[in-house]
Design a protein around this ligand. Structure first.
Ligand code: NAG
Ligand code: NAG
Ligand code: NAG
Ligand code: NAG
Ligand code: NAG
Ligand code: NAG
Ligand code: NAG
Ligand code: NAG
Ligand code: NAG
Ligand code: NAG
Length: 743
């Protein structure tokens, strides 16, 4: 396994992150966070150390100290246990069947897979269709188009995503693959729950329209169609027909206004309803009566596709057509495409063909650029789910229905699964920027599709362990002949270095939730995971409906940047003069260096010149972060030249106990402790704690900040050297190397 291999990588990157906690490319809201009034989040802030010093090195060691009562072992010890386990040679395919899925459980809050550390021998290197699994390879599609055209569809049904030749072998694959078997059961279990629920209710939700009902409808259309085709039980068809009637306004309760039931002004809703109709129409094509099909086509055109055509000329409903990199473009074009492909040939109005002439070129010009060339979603990690789901659905349906992807599968989508894998920490997602919305039928399962299309087993091996993998799409996108462990040979560290994203993730392990991980992004912001907890985190999104929350991000004076969660002071970075960073900053990433060898001298570091995020009172500001002591401790070092007062700030959910002289703070979460100490300067810098609220002197935003409840902020110094920690030598950033901090 890869813990045995040395894997040196050098990344030399050019940096342009946006200042403050967001990228500059977030499109208007997708969906607001649910139930914000009942949020149980408790946030503590530790804006630390008000320092009024010129040209000094400010270092803080964040040391991981194991709680003696617990059984957490350090990354080095974790690594040698795993290495010992891997020494037994096994037939991976047989073992995998015997043990079932690799991941044994999840941490239930964020559903991070928990891998049994003693069973890590049960794998081989990632591969498709090794001899042991060759029988699980999909048959070859007999349909192919010599000259593909979007309006020239395969002769048989289904044509969307799940052609008959795959259904023909699916039961056999299910019987021989523990993942497929688990997903099949889960999907039918979920369908059974929904079967017993009432039809979807029309609930209009402010700025998010009826997106939740639309996504629920699509989820049910997929699950009920799947359940029928797997069981031949017509109860699923009848139940789906009720939902179809319901969202057409033809059921016993009313559903929305007469002429625009699917809410075209918030076009995501229209698109998701249309997708659900398309799937139901196509997957159950042979089961519907001709009258049912005609009714479905009528309603789909009436409330979906006709608005799709209007969207091409009416900017109020079709603004997303010029939204070059947003998830909206992917979801809207995707839903319309699925629906149009489904009724093509039966539709006598020409609407479906016209839709396809609009959606495919538009998605190629926009959604195709959703990820930057390093694979990072341009609207942050959470919107990746919506964007890649829409894109994978659309591309997959075009391939199965017409025999071509028309160039949709570009190299950015080949890499995009990796941004997701590295973006997840050991305990939860990297919750940067605006994050919160419900996913419903948006998942990370596009990774299965991209994996198969690009013949790269790793993203599929990663995703099959995840809680959201049980989804009808997975049954057809996942190639069950895949085998191995995604982490085998996968570097622990990676720099995503497109000039508009710029972020770095470094970790001690891919499989042990108790390992260490640091991630940094934007201008110096970072999150830290260790011992199964997040110690330094982000506050997440504010209230999407708050006044001017989505005001122009590229302007420093935008009201958005007056909300605490979006201000520089609400991030884990250096705050100079209590001023927001420059939103037009172009920081220079000075590089990630890494040695992938946890058991011996393993480290990684990254540093950047973020001077341009500050103003003329700051002539230089460099921040570096690294692992020391075999990835059991973190060092954050800042070199600041400024004439203004500044603060080193970090937000944590931990309980904070500051030492009497203020140079150290003990953070405690669930009995585990992290000691944060100031190594330099040796005097004059202290930790303080306070609530995560704005300074009295800050500009007032149009509406109140989100409460950041129970927050504590530190205001006095101290030091520590935990028994398991070392104190590294003081080394200027310019002289950092992979060995500069060995003790
Ligand atoms: C990695 O660690 C192993 C011992 O576990 C050692 O044999 C090997 O030389 C190390 N490689 C590097 C590059 O440090
Ligand atoms: C992680 O730490 C917890 C708490 O000490 C422990 O119960 C669990 O077994 C550990 N998990 C692993 C994989 O070491
Ligand atoms: C799929 O799951 C359902 C529900 O558990 C089960 O009845 C069915 O046999 C499964 N299909 C296969 C092919 O195993
Ligand atoms: C589907 O079923 C699984 C297993 O029972 C459950 O954990 C999951 O929450 C369900 N999903 C939905 C969307 O209800
Ligand atoms: C469902 O019906 C089809 C067509 O008659 C048949 O091939 C298939 O085996 C049936 N599936 C089940 C689970 O009964
Ligand atoms: C809903 O009712 C309208 C009016 O009777 C009809 O035109 C349409 O086809 C129906 N749609 C469905 C899906 O039943
Ligand atoms: C554009 O669509 C909106 C929302 O449906 C509608 O109110 C408006 O009249 C339309 N504008 C034009 C020019 O059709
Ligand atoms: C605090 O915990 C919540 C819930 O787990 C999380 O979403 C948030 O990011 C955490 N905040 C910090 C500052 O770590
Ligand atoms: C702060 O107190 C710690 C012990 O609590 C001590 O080790 C350290 O030297 C003190 N630092 C200063 C600057 O006095
Ligand atoms: C870096 O190290 C070199 C010697 O290796 C030394 O001459 C130089 O002063 C150091 N630079 C800084 C900024 O400390």
């Amino acid at each position: 396994m890869s813990y045995h291999s040395a894997n040196n990588q050098n990344y030399s990157t050019q940096n342009l992150a946006e200042a403050d906690g967001n990228h500059g490319y977030i499109s208007p809201l997708n969906e607001k966070p649910k139930g914000r009034s009942t949020s149980k989040w408790i946030k503590f802030g530790i804006p630390i150390a008000i320092l009024v010093i010129i040209a000094v090195v400010v270092g803080a060691v964040v040391g991981v100290k194991e709680n003696k009562k617990k059984t957490n072992s350090s990354p080095a010890a974790q690594s040698s246990a795993a290495a010992a386990a891997s020494s037994s040679s096994v037939n991976a395919a047989i073992e995998e069947l015997a043990t079932g899925k690799f991941a044994a459980a999840t941490n239930s809050l964020y559903m991070v897979p928990i891998f049994p550390q003693t069973d890590t021998a049960v794998f081989v290197s990632p591969t498709f269709a090794s001899s042991a699994k060759a029988s699980l390879t999909w048959p070859t599609d007999t349909f192919s188009a010599a000259t593909p055209a979007v309006t020239s569809v395969r002769p048989d049904r289904p044509r969307l995503i799940a052609p008959q030749y795959k259904w023909d072998v699916l039961s056999d694959h299910i019987a021989n693959d523990p993942y497929l078997s688990y997903w099949n059961e889960t999907i039918i279990g979920n369908a059974t729950t929904w079967y017993n629920d009432d039809p979807i209710q029309y609930v209009y939700d402010g700025g998010n329209g009826i997106l939740d009902p639309a996504r629920r409808f699509k989820q049910r259309a997929k699950a009920f169609s799947y359940a029928y085709r797997m069981t031949n039980d017509t109860k699923w068809v009848n139940r789906l027909w009720t939902e179809i009637q319901n969202v057409a306004g033809n059921y016993t309760v009313s559903f929305g206004p007469d002429f625009d039931k699917w809410d075209s002004i918030h076009f995501l809703d229209t698109a998701e309803f249309s997708a659900g109709y398309g799937i139901a129409y196509d997957w159950l094509y042979d089961v519907w009566t001709p009258d049912q099909r005609e009714s479905m086509r009528f309603t789909l055109i009436e409330y979906g596709l006709s608005f799709g055509i209007q969207a091409s000329t009416n900017g109020s409903i079709g603004w997303w057509r010029t939204d070059t990199t947003g998830n909206w473009n992917c979801v809207c074009n995707g839903g319309l495409t699925l629906a149009a492909l489904a009724i093509l040939g039966d539709d006598t109005t020409g609407t479906a063909a016209q839709i396809l002439s609009l959606t495919v070129p538009n998605a190629l010009a926009n959604c195709a650029a959703g990820p930057t060339d390093d694979g990072t979603w341009s609207e942050t990690m959470d919107y990746w789910y919506f964007g890649t789901t829409g894109y994978a659905e659309m591309t997959s349906a075009l391939i199965t229905a017409t025999g071509s992807d028309y160039g949709m599968l570009n190299s950015a989508y080949q890499l995009t699964g990796y941004s997701h894998m590295y973006g997840w920490g050991l305990t939860q997602l990297f919750a940067v920027g605006d994050t919160g919305p419900n996913k419903f039928s948006s998942t990370a399962n596009g990774m299965f599709f991209f994996s198969s299309q690009f013949n790269d087993p790793i993203p599929a091996l990663y995703q099959r362990e995840q809680a959201d993998a049980a989804d009808p799409w997975s049954m057809f996108w996942y190639d069950a002949s895949v085998q191995g462990a995604f982490w085998d040979g996968l570097p622990l560290d990676r720099a995503f270095d497109n000039e508009i994203d710029q972020w770095v993730s470094m970790r001690s392990t891919w499989t042990n939730i108790n390992g260490t991980r640091i991630m940094t992004f934007d201008c110096g912001d970072f999150v830290i995971d260790a011992m199964g907890h997040r110690w330094a985190g982000e506050l997440g999104d504010g209230d999407y409906n708050a006044h001017s929350y989505f005001s122009q991000r590229q302007h420093r004076s935008s009201a958005r940047w007056y909300y605490y969660r979006k201000m520089t002071e609400g991030q884990n970075t250096i705050l100079v003069n209590k001023e927001n960073q420059n939103v037009l900053a172009a920081p220079k990433n000075l590089g990630l260096r890494t040695v992938y060898n946890v058991s011996s001298g393993s480290t990684a570091y990254w540093y950047a010149d973020i001077t341009s995020a500050y103003f003329s009172d700051t002539s230089s500001l460099h921040r570096g972060m690294r692992f020391i002591n075999d990835r059991t401790q973190f060092l954050v070092q800042d070199e600041i030249t400024t004439t203004s007062p500044f603060m080193w700030r970090m937000h944590t959910n931990a309980t904070v106990d500051i030492s009497s002289n203020g140079t150290a703070a003990t953070l405690t979460i669930d009995g585990d402790e992290m000691i944060v100490s100031i190594l330099s300067p040796s005097s004059g810098a202290t930790f303080t704690k306070s609530d995560a609220v704005r300074f009295d002197s800050d500009p007032i935003p149009p509406e109140a900040d989100q409460p950041n409840d129970g927050v504590t902020v530190l205001f006095s110094p101290q030091w520590n050297d935990g028994t398991d920690s070392v104190t590294p030598p003081s080394v200027d950033l310019a002289n950092w190397s992979l060995t500069s901090h060995n003790t």
